[in-house]
Write a protein that binds this ligand. Sequence first.
Ligand SMILES: NC(=O)c1ccc[n+]([C@@H]2O[C@H](COP(=O)([O-])OP(=O)(O)OC[C@H]3O[C@@H](n4cnc5c(N)ncnc54)[C@H](O)[C@@H]3O)[C@@H](O)[C@H]2O)c1
Length: 264
Amino acid sequence: MAGRLDGKVILLTGAGGGLGSAQARLMAQEGATLMLANLPEDPIIAEGKPPSGLWDNAQNVAAEIRDAGGKADVVALDVTKEDQWSAAVAKTEQTFGKLDVLVNNAGIYYHAGLLDHTIDKFHQIVSVNQLGVLLGMKAAVPAMRRNGKGSIVNFASIYGIAGAGVSTAYQSTKGAVRLMTKSAALEFVGDNIRINAICPGMFDTNLFESSVPKEAWGPLVDLVPMKRFGKPEEIAYGTVFLASDESSFMTGADLVIDGGYTCP
Ligand SMILES: NC(=O)c1ccc[n+]([C@@H]2O[C@H](COP(=O)([O-])OP(=O)(O)OC[C@H]3O[C@@H](n4cnc5c(N)ncnc54)[C@H](O)[C@@H]3O)[C@@H](O)[C@H]2O)c1
């Protein structure tokens, strides 16, 4: 049976994380060839770094995909470093011949009230979540032009749409991702490159577990009309749609996957 992503070469950042690994697995099942990027074990960002194991996880997911007969490789990438982006895109083209899709999934969270925000933390989260997405688009567009087409999927959040009353710095980055997506979508529409954003609601991943205090979980679930957190594969189906030609008339759009959180 034909896969929804047959023939597509995809570079996915944050591939060892909760949402990233689910996307990698589903995209591989749908026939994609994957370059899985993650921050290496020896992190360049010391404070607020993701816990160790996510780089190993990206490698394990790649091995799992290869064992199942698919095509996958890994590349170390700190999304805040422009030279590492050039190297990751070059490795994708050298290994697999082209770049069809970039999924800018890597991100970090910062759970703090406004009065506890520090300049260092603000710069750190802007570097990863906002600058990282901009650098990713900048590195991918020339490769997609060489390919004659492309699709970029940027990770925003419901907290780029609605206020949370906490984590103002995080929210600023996710709002920025939504507008960078729309601006870049207009800039490159003539190049046959589509650029869309995914806005996840709340998902139980490393990002959530490592930063949101447990006592806040119950009240947060209560805010979701479906009264549960999402499952990572529910994001992965959205990414597959935006990466595939099924979404050929979509660009600059937000795909909200949130159990109804942003309805009220
Ligand atoms: N989990 C949620 O509830 C939720 C909600 C809304 C949006 N999101 C967004 O979804 C995306 C994925 O999040 P997740 O929940 O899977 O979190 P996660 O912590 O499980 O995964 C994040 C990934 O990003 C990688 N990463 C962090 N800093 C990096 C850097 N400088 N360079 C390269 N990679 C880096 C980590 O190594 C990890 O693999 C993020 O952009 C996040 O903001 C998540």
